[in-house]
Design a protein around this ligand. Structure first.
Ligand code: NAD
Length: 349
């Protein structure tokens, strides 16, 4: 039978998942939920030019009444925000793939909610997975996978240097782009300039996989001050103003920094000769260096990971999972049903 998918959240990421799924054999979008009145009542075919005639509703209960194998949730960033959606989908007997950053490893900041999700998922015999480009792949899963060839690991340093230029006003505000250094400091203090969401989750995921007990996770957010004029359709940055946020997180073990994750996000980095990319350095036996230039594109990566995780999630044993607990994600280049059967073999089901 075709793998049936419900979409919850049809923005840049959720809409991309609808389109990618349409291009894959063996799957169908059967229902869709979005809070945006501009999308409600329209079909996925009208909104995204796909084959599915599923009509977008504001009513989750109506959409979740559809027979389906998995719900793709792309509505928000925080566990407490998506928790009611996950609970409702799980109680309707559906597997869940969610791209909320904190859901990549919800035990870190919301252990009680994570425990509730796990219990409910087991009771309802479904799987819940948090995924996405970062957290969910570049600064956690990819690092963990690289340590698999090491006898031992002493320290990990990794950075994702990316370009914020394609993004709109919301991202500019949350990264402090276009502010003065004073406004940036005040925004960080007030919590309006947040930088990257997901560092505690990435660090905790790496530590859990390696079996490191961390004393604490520390974070700093510094302004990236422009030396030259930089401009995008949404923001103008004069020299001396803030072009982005250099967000760094540290995992401390026995008083030593063992994990450093660096994420400088800025507009028009090339204006000042900054090369974007994903860089991982593992110090141990042996030392390992990985460089991906330019950075893996975040939108494509997140949409692909959500869709590509479908067979793994459906075939997995029940419960709340993170990306290190399922088979390695891979592009779906055959019928999804065939790939799912292969994954079932992996789990011995
Ligand atoms: P977006 O703003 O373009 O789209 C969100 C959509 O969800 C909108 O259509 C909105 O109407 C809908 N929505 C929001 N709350 C809803 C609710 N309660 N019920 C129904 N619909 C609701 O955002 P996006 O770019 O698609 O990203 C979605 C989320 O995923 C964001 O929070 C983003 O930060 C996160 N994200 C995570 C990663 C990762 O690496 N883990 C990567 C990309 C995006």
């Amino acid at each position: 039978m075709t793998v049936r998918v419900i979409h919850w959240g049809l923005g840049a990421m959720g809409g991309g998942m609808v389109k990618l799924l349409d291009a894959k054999a063996g799957a169908a979008s059967v229902a869709a939920i979005d809070a945006d009145p501009g999308k409600q009542g329209k079909t996925l075919a009208e909104l995204f030019g796909v084959r599915s005639r599923a009509q977008v509703t504001a009513d989750p209960a109506q959409a979740l009444a559809a027979e389906a194998d998995v719900v793709l949730i792309a509505t928000g960033s925080f566990t407490r925000e998506v928790f009611p959606q996950i609970v409702q989908a799980v109680e309707a007997g559906k597997n869940v793939i969610c791209i909320a950053e904190e859901m990549a490893f919800p035990h870190q900041q919301q252990p009680e909610l994570a425990a509730q999700i796990h219990k409910l998922a087991v009771e309802n015999k479904v799987t819940v997975l948090g995924t996405g480009i970062n957290p969910g792949f570049v600064l956690d899963l990819l690092i963990v996978a690289l340590t698999g060839v090491c006898y031992s690991v002493r320290e990990i340093r990794a950075s994702r240097i990316n370009d914020l230029s394609p993004f709109g006003p919301t991202v500019m505000k949350t990264q402090g782009v276009g502010t003065t250094p004073e406004e940036f400091a005040a925004g960080v203090e007030a919590g309006t300039i947040v930088g990257h969401v997901g560092f505690p989750e990435s660090i905790a995921m790496i530590a859990a996989a390696l079996g490191w007990e961390l004393d604490e996770i520390r974070q700093t957010k510094e302004p990236i001050i422009a030396k030259k004029y930089r401009e995008t359709p949404h923001v103008q940055v004069q020299p001396g103003m803030v072009a982005g946020c250099r967000h760094i997180a540290y995992g401390i073990k026995d008083g030593e920094t063992v994990i450093t994750l660096i994420h400088p996000q800025q507009v028009r980095p090339e204006v000042e000769g900054v090369e974007t990319g994903d860089f991982i350095e593992i110090y141990g036996e042996p030392d390992i260096r990985l460089a991906i230039r330019p950075e893996i594109p975040g939108g494509i990566g997140t949409i692909a990971l959500a869709v590509n995780s479908i067979p793994n999630v459906i075939a997995s044993s029940p419960g709340l999972k993170n990306m290190t607990q399922l088979p390695v994600p891979s592009a779906l280049m055959a019928d999804i049903r065939t790939l799912m059967e292969k994954r079932r073999d992996y789990f011995g089901q």
